[in-house]
Design a protein around this ligand. Structure first.
Ligand code: ASP
Length: 335
């Protein structure tokens, strides 16, 4: 009798625990960090942001809860945000100094340590899907401009007229920026207004197979030099994923995120120093970058499903959903 109980307990623990492990999934998203305050995102407009972030989480969760991959989930979550003019990615992207939209995106698979990216594209409806095609259907990591556009067309992705990305509010902000520049004030790229650093989107996920993935998509920074590429399509800077450590998607002043190899640094600190995810991410955002006066934030999930969403700005559009049934969306410090 005693022996039977011991055996049953053993079976229960082994299968119980592995069953729990097998069904663990997490998806975290962001919609950019910056000067995001209740004065700017008023009570009237906040519900629209919350609804879109929730829709993005649900699109990714639908895939994860049915046993789909973290890659499919991050791509789906980012596509929802790219299709919304509320965010600075896809439709609603900010303008370059000469009044065009140039889009950057990247995706990374933590299992294969494989990645794909596009930069400075102007007519592919969903840049994140172009990045995925580069990863899976080309021998390359990063395609830019016309080459990336032709590749996307040949791979059957949806091509749109560049005017598809136009958003009136972004245009008005761009005109304001030009006026400030003429007056010799804010010079955009050299002295980016925190106002302009809003709306890059990203997602990171852990699927039930234990695989991590990360994706980031952006229109870059308002008033950027045409041809300028930020951190979002640079693997290791704005995006990184490795099954041995974590998946990261960043948002902030790209030049500094590239110089500080932000996304990879989180992973390296975990791998080589044994630092926890939260400690590594908080150090980078709230200590190292803050010390350099660099604004931004990031989202990350580790191989155990722990998540972190630090930012050193007044707000960051963000949220997560997991297999425990939790779904949370926040915009400012604590709400
Ligand atoms: N990191 C983006 C860039 O520099 C901007 C942002 O995240 O808001 O292109």
């Amino acid at each position: 009798m005693k022996k039977t109980i011991v055996i049953l307990t053993f079976i229960f623990i082994v299968f119980g625990l592995s069953g729990q492990q097998d069904s663990l999934y997490v998806l975290v998203i962001h919609g950019g960090a910056g000067n995001i305050t209740p004065e700017r995102i008023t009570k009237d407009v906040k519900p629209a942001y919350v609804a879109k972030l929730t829709e993005s989480l649900q699109a990714g969760e639908e895939i994860l809860k049915n046993g789909g991959t973290s890659l499919d989930a991050v791509e789906a979550a980012v596509r929802v945000l790219e299709d919304s003019p509320l965010f600075n990615a896809g439709r609603g992207a900010v303008f370059t100094i000469d009044g065009n939209n140039e889009l950057d995106a990247s995706i990374m698979c933590g299992k294969e340590i494989n990645s794909g990216a596009v930069a400075s594209i102007t007519n592919v409806k969903n840049p994140i899907s172009a990045a995925r095609k580069v990863m899976e259907e080309s021998p390359h990591v990063l395609l830019i401009g016309k080459g990336a556009e032709r590749f996307s067309y040949e791979k059957g992705l949806e091509i749109v007229d560049p005017s598809y990305f136009f958003d009136q509010e972004r245009w008005d902000n761009y005109r304001e920026l030009l006026k400030r520049q003429r007056k010799g004030g804010d010079t955009g790229m050299n002295d980016p207004s925190p106002d302009d650093m809003m709306g890059t989107v990203g997602a990171v996920a852990l699927d039930i197979h234990g695989n991590l993935a990360a994706a980031t998509s952006t229109g870059g920074m308002s008033g950027k030099q045409f041809g300028r590429v930020g951190d979002s399509p640079i693997i290791g800077a704005g995006t990184y994923a490795n099954n041995k450590s974590c998946a990261v998607s960043a948002t902030g002043h790209g030049e500094y995120f590239i110089r500080n190899v932000v996304a990879y640094d989180i992973s390296a600190r975990m791998k080589y120093k044994g630092t926890s995810l939260d400690e590594a991410a908080n150090y980078i955002i709230n200590d190292k970058l803050k010390g350099l006066n660099v604004n931004g934030g990031l989202i990350s999930v580790d191989k155990e499903g722990n998540i972190t969403m630090p930012f050193n700005t007044s707000g960051m559009h963000r949220g997560f959903v997991n297999s425990e049934g939790q779904l949370e969306v926040k915009i400012f410090g604590d709400e």
